[in-house]
Design a protein around this ligand. Sequence first.
Ligand code: MOS
Length: 706
Amino acid sequence: AFGTEAAAVETGGTSLAAVAPAETAPAEVAPERLGASRERLDGPAKVTGTAPYAYEHPVEEPAYLHPVQATIARGRVTSIDTGAAEAVPGVLAVLTHTNAPRLADTEDAELAVLQSDAVAFRGQFVAAVVAETPESARHAADLVRVGYGEQPHEVELGPEGGTPAARTDHGDLEAAMASAAVVLDRTYTTPMQHNNPMEPHTTIAQWTADGLTLHESTQGVYSVRSVVAPVFGLDPEQVQVFAPHVGGGFGSKGLPHAPLVLTALAAQRSGGRPVKFAVTRQQMFALTGHRTPTSQRIRLAADDRGRLSAIGHDALEHTARIKEFSEGSSTASGIMYAAPNRRITQRLVPRDVPVTSWMRAPGHCPGMHVLETAMDEMAQACGVDPVEFRIRNEPELDPLSGKPFSSRNLVACLREGARRFDWQRRDPAAGVRREGDWLVGTGVAASTYPTHVFPGSSARIRYEGGRYAVFIGAADLGTGAWTALAQIAAEALEVPFEVVDPHIGSTEFPTATVAGGSTGITSWGSAIVQAATSFRDQYGTQPPEGAEAEGATQPNPDAERFSMHAFGAQFAEVRVHADTGEIRVPRMLGVFAAGRIVNARTARSQLIGGMTMGLSMALHEHSVLDSRFGHVVNHDFAGYHIAAHADVDSIEAAWIDEHDPHVNPMGTKGIGEIGIVGAAAAVGNAAYHATGVRVRDLPLTPEKFL
Ligand code: MOS
């Protein structure tokens, strides 16, 4: 079934024949229509263990890297003794800040690896061993002795402080709060969390006469190229990046991190030998990004009919001192509900912590968690059903910009979800239903995520042997992007799915933007539709052998005229043990309005995956920083818990049939992130309904209910 697999391994790109060779493809198969339920093209290779991941790319005589990480959170390296490490058989080199090759550009402090003696967070690279085997590299790394001049550090985020990062003011929040019939003023926290894709980050780096070749587990081969090239003083074309199968990223592989730079530095030393580095799970907790903890104050004011007159959202986040990054946790509060008075602020607190980065639905995930928890509290205070309360505060236009929404079906999602969840039979009283030792409740929360097309993707289509090859430097993180892109190409070409062969995951293919911000399919698909249109304009339906056409994302004038977002409604049923506080989730339901759905099967998986990550956020995920030493104590799966099947009995995702002609040529809105947004709030709101206990600090661990 994988006729092109050998070629794919050879080039390092990722290419799969769609289903069957041309001669056996049934001629009468109908042209593709988006929305079909298609199995993943990469599925058989994945389940048979033949899908090549970055680290498995065969290279000649690889050397292996193991890093040495700082054991202080702030200060300087004052001495490094590498003698014992160098004496280990098989050790090829020990890199430190005194002998590592100099980088051309050290502007990005996260990537300025081994360029100075400064230590900015615990776990930062201070040395690296390159050896003939991973075992000797790891053993030798243990023998490197590092002396430090330690300085005082601070890693904890309190409720106050920070520098303003953004602010929006409409009307007069304070006056509205002072005069309203019902007001709410609460502060909530969400903890530091770590992206934990199944496949940790890996790099193979090799220098040749032409430049640098990277096999990288990444969300974007071109994102890697554009960031890495200037760091090493190369032209972009001198950096070749291959990302065959990727085992998840959740944002942590959206941009290159320090491990990639370290591997490339080591390869620069190795005289042309490729160097391989597989980041360990524990190392990921310091080196590949995380979600900031947040402290967020929500103020709401409403009249006695439950109509909001004011929304205030003040979000506080931390950022690494060496690289500023803000999630923008309060952003979504701008567009969710109508209110004439609104104040939204963001503040950032620099701390001696590892570099923060994207984690699934950056900002919207923690921000909507607290807004939707507060909305539940406010509905209770107003004596209005929480579904009805949201519907009552539905805005006609985007409250911030005043623009119309290109489409907004939050109300439809709430109503459809309520119908499916049998919401109308719900007793509004909290803490009154008991089944044996278990307190039982249900909860709801809304969900949203912005819709964008990133400019700058292009695609090429080539006709050969009765089949259409589609080339684009996109990445499939395991989400089904590969399959969805084949579907989009087939529909645009008006040909059956079975005759399209997508080729992705390589800088040999046309430029593609990152698989991030739920923009993969919207952006790459737009380029593919352009290429397909151009192909048909040039060649009609009887193309000659070797016919080719290219297309790129086009500016969308509607993007200026409309506010574009996906919406959803999350429902959960929760049981809390009356004596132990143990929490169980029998049921989750998400109903989404996210434009046209390309592949029903993989879309369902994406949405359920997001909801599962939201469940995980609700119940477990919490990176515990030890303020004395500055590191994450629970830096493995024994300590950092992630939701498993046993945490939920039934989890369902559904969607509204939404047609939005404004967003992009396919009418898709992106589904990678909306599934996580609001899911934890629905669980928390259900836990309140079960117990009468409002937990305002995630995660919902048992002791908080007792
Ligand atoms: Mo996602 S956090 O936008 O890669």
